[in-house]
Design a protein around this ligand. Structure first.
Ligand code: SF4
Length: 483
């Protein structure tokens, strides 16, 4: 989309609005000529303490224009915020006029739409005011505002019980049995990279040991442990045990109330691995069928069937808390097939059920091979079935997040039976505390909520790079952050 900014240089705000409302468009700056297929002119002028904003948008032969006036007040910082929100709102209104559709999350473009609610509740706002803010200031639909309130309430409650030095630990294992069609993650298929497993585990355990020393030195208190991926249960029982041993020996785990391991691919779960996890006190596993339709599983390149999921769920019965992940909008799926998947998952009565919406990721086979996926309307039907069905079975939403380029611009929701919510997911998604991350492909996120400060440290992306790097952990940046 050709973008022309007049009287300002708010590129970030305009680009975020464009990506949110027209996924797939790329920004290009310059002077708009009306012959172009897709363009926007975003104009700002100021006089007498007021900002006058005008946005004219054109796409697919249609054009829409909206104007807006904002009263500027407060500090320079506050005035900047008013200006930016005004530009975003005006762009949003022009896009709605152009397309005739209102995105469920309105003009919110970030990945954590409930973050504003959590912040408002923590600063003393009433629940009604927090929900009203989303509807009025950000044009969020009443249903989505209510959803954000439900999850934001849980995040605020969790935040009130955290100490400034509380952290969570994440350990990443970027290997999977095969690569799913929708995956763009760095995860490697073990068929191609089996030889890397052993050196990876060695580098990982070394890094965890060094990180544990650092955490003790800084007085950091681990509240939750999470091993994800990839598929951690791709590791052998001995390798799994080595990683869990390293964590238990390196860190003070006396305040760690939760230990989770993703056993995502049912074809990687064996009685021996379950025994290792239980012996190490792992209380939660996630078994992720994504679909219980064999035709869909085949279409997305998972080399397992729904029957394998049932077998894995029997093995997982040993754990107090089990999560299952499903995805709405997968290739070859239909609303009827998705409803069957969800019903079959609920029959297992897992404590948590996470409903993702397919995100179109660069580099995934869905995009590179142009696999057919259900239309946005079909995805909406799937999600419209999921929410009431889950509530009927006593599940409530406890965290949510969005990704870029999601089918229909919807969201991912973690549902849980009351009192079974995964603490790590809440801490991570709502950015409530530092997540110390180990392994390739992830990032450590340092969080200082009092100072409203977040710093990310990116880890080597690929296992080879991670293994060959002598020091896998940016100690200096972490020390500086906490000192
Ligand atoms: S299980 Fe997850 S990480 Fe592994 S290939 Fe599939 S989508 Fe990617």
């Amino acid at each position: 989309m050709k973008l022309e900014l007049r009287g300002h240089n708010e590129r970030y705000t305009v680009e975020q609005s464009m990506l949110n409302l027209f996924p797939g468009e790329l920004p290009e700056y310059g002077t708009v000529t009306r012959a172009e297929p897709s363009w926007a002119v975003v104009e700002l002028s100021e006089a007498d303490g007021r900002a006058e904003i005008a946005v004219e948008l054109s796409r697919d032969g249609k054009t829409a224009r909206k104007t807006r006036t904002e009263t500027l007040s407060g500090t320079d910082y506050a005035r900047e915020g008013i200006r930016r929100r005004g530009i975003g709102r005006c762009f949003y209104e022009a896009a709605v006029a152009l397309t005739g559709t209102r995105p469920p999350w309105g003009m919110l473009s970030g990945v954590r739409p409930d973050k504003l609610v959590t912040a408002a509740l923590l600063s003393g706002a009433s629940e009604a005011d927090a929900a009203r803010m989303l509807e009025q200031d950000y044009a969020v639909t009443p249903e989505r505002a209510a959803l954000a309130l439900e999850t934001g309430r849980i995040a605020a409650r969790t935040a009130r019980n955290l100490d400034a030095r509380d952290i969570a630990v994440y350990v990443g294992v970027p290997f999977c049995p095969t690569r799913c069609a929708y995956c763009s993650f760095v995860s490697q298929s073990v068929e191609k990279s089996f030889r890397l497993l052993e050196p990876y585990v060695e580098a990982l355990t070394n890094e965890i040991r060094a990180g544990g020393e650092l955490a003790r030195r800084l007085g950091l208190r681990v509240r939750a442990f999470y091993m994800g991926g990839g598929t951690p249960t791709t590791l052998s029982p001995g390798q799994l045990s080595a990683v869990l041993d390293a964590f238990e020996n390196a860190f003070d785990t006396s305040h760690c109330t939760e230990s989770t391991v993703e056993a995502g691919r049912p074809d990687t779960i064996t009685p021996e691995k379950i025994a290792v996890l239980r012996a190490h006190g792992v209380g939660r596993v996630s078994v992720n069928p994504q679909s219980m339709e064999d035709s869909v599983l085949q279409a997305i390149g998972r080399r397992h069937t729904a029957a394998d999921v049932a077998r894995a769920m029997e093995l997982a019965d040993d754990f107090p808390y089990v999560n299952m992940d499903v995805i709405a909008g997968l290739p070859a799926d239909t609303p009827t097939g998705f409803a069957r998947t969800l019903r079959r998952c609920m029959d297992f009565a897992p404590e948590n059920l996470t409903v993702h919406t397919l995100a179109l990721k660069k580099g995934s086979r869905v995009l590179t091979e142009g696999l057919a996926i259900p239309a946005a309307d079909a995805v909406r039907d799937m999600l419209d079935f999921a929410a009431p069905a889950l509530r009927q079975h006593d599940y409530a939403p406890y965290y949510l997040y969005r990704q870029k380029y999601m089918s229909g611009s919807f969201e991912n929701i973690g549902w849980g039976k009351p009192g079974t919510e995964c603490l790590y997911n809440i801490l991570m998604m709502s950015e409530l505390c530092t997540i110390l991350s180990f392994g390739a492909g992830g990032s450590t996120k340092l969080v200082d909520r009092d100072a409203n400060r977040i710093q990310r440290l990116f880890h080597p992306k690929y296992p080879e790079e991670y293994i060959s790097r002598a020091a896998g952990f940016d100690f200096a940046a972490i020390e500086t952050f906490y000192n």
